[in-house]
Design a protein around this ligand. Structure first.
Ligand SMILES: NC(=O)c1ccc[n+]([C@@H]2O[C@H](COP(=O)([O-])OP(=O)(O)OC[C@H]3O[C@@H](n4cnc5c(N)ncnc54)[C@H](O)[C@@H]3O)[C@@H](O)[C@H]2O)c1
Length: 254
């Protein structure tokens, strides 16, 4: 899909996970459509690469190294976004982590990290962003996954975290249903990003349990998801609230 010029003119967009994959693609896409983008991530080098890509295209991007699992860090990042640009119109909680492992080998730290980043990262973003989004009559987009709908072997904590994001979205949508804000989620299927290309799996898996987690149409590109985000976050999607949009090539249709 072609960039829609000026669709985001005058809009301020906050993106987590902006150093890589879909977060970076979304930051670049929205900047190309006129947004003033504030990107956060734990990866400072990746943020610098995103900044260089947006700068060279003439877009507007500022960033802050932020751990989305930390409440204070997220509130400070949202505060800095509003201090930098004066408002907040769209917040996208895209940062996430994934692991493959046997249930029995999950440690306390691994469980806490998975929940802290994938669920906490969405919750703290919502908590910090919503007061500003109510002022701007803006919207919040959380990143779930097909793993929030399907039971997938060998990624049990990841599936649990994404299932939580699905219902976090719905619960937030109901709490704010009488107020001028939209809250939705995007649930990708398999997407070609560093998360999938660097995905390590234990050697001793039963691969017959893992058939078809990618689906018959194969992997999406990060830009496919940036396209959907750009539409969902725009005023064109003004009646979409409390929705979980699958963008998975039909993976969860069966
Ligand atoms: N790639 C896929 O196939 C796929 C499928 C479904 C859902 N998703 C979800 O989409 C989102 C983006 O995934 P991606 O494929 O672009 O991954 P990615 O690994 O390319 O990017 C994720 C980014 O999140 C950042 N991050 C990790 N922990 C963080 C933390 N504590 N604080 C701040 N930033 C942190 C990473 O540094 C990285 O830049 C994730 O929520 C992921 O679970 C991905």
């Amino acid at each position: 899909m072609a960039v829609v010029p000026d669709r985001y003119a005058g809009k301020v967009v906050y993106i987590t996970g902006a150093a890589s994959g879909m977060g970076r693609a979304t930051a670049i896409r929205l900047a190309a459509e006129g947004a003033q983008v504030f990107g956060v991530d734990v990866n400072a080098d990746g943020l610098a690469d995103t900044a260089a890509a947006i700068d060279s295209a003439g877009g507007t991007f500022a960033s802050r190294v932020t751990d989305v699992s930390r409440r204070d860090d997220v509130h400070a990042a949202i505060d800095e976004t509003v201090a930098t640009y004066g408002r907040l119109d769209v917040a996208g909680a895209i940062a996430g982590i994934a692991r493959s492992e046997h249930v029995g080998s999950v440690t306390q730290d691994q469980w806490d990290l998975m929940m802290g980043v994938n669920v906490g990262g969405c919750f703290w973003t919502a908590q910090a962003a919503i007061p500003h989004l109510l002022q701007s009559e803006g919207n919040l987009i959380l990143f779930a996954s097909n793993a929030g709908f399907m039971g997938q072997a060998y990624t049990v904590p990841y599936c649990a975290s994404k299932g939580a994001v699905v219902n976090l979205t719905r619960a937030l949508a109901m709490e704010f249903i009488k107020q001028p804000i939209r809250i939705n989620a995007i649930a990708p299927g398999g997407v070609e990003t560093p998360m999938t290309s660097n995905f390590d799996m234990p050697d001793d898996l039963d691969f017959s349990l893992m058939a078809n987690y990618v689906g018959m149409r194969g992997m999406a590109r990060a830009d496919d998801l940036a396209n959907v985000f750009a539409f969902l976050g725009s005023d064109e999607a003004s009646n979409v609230h409390g929705a979980i949009w699958s963008v998975d090539g039909g993976l969860t249709a069966a």
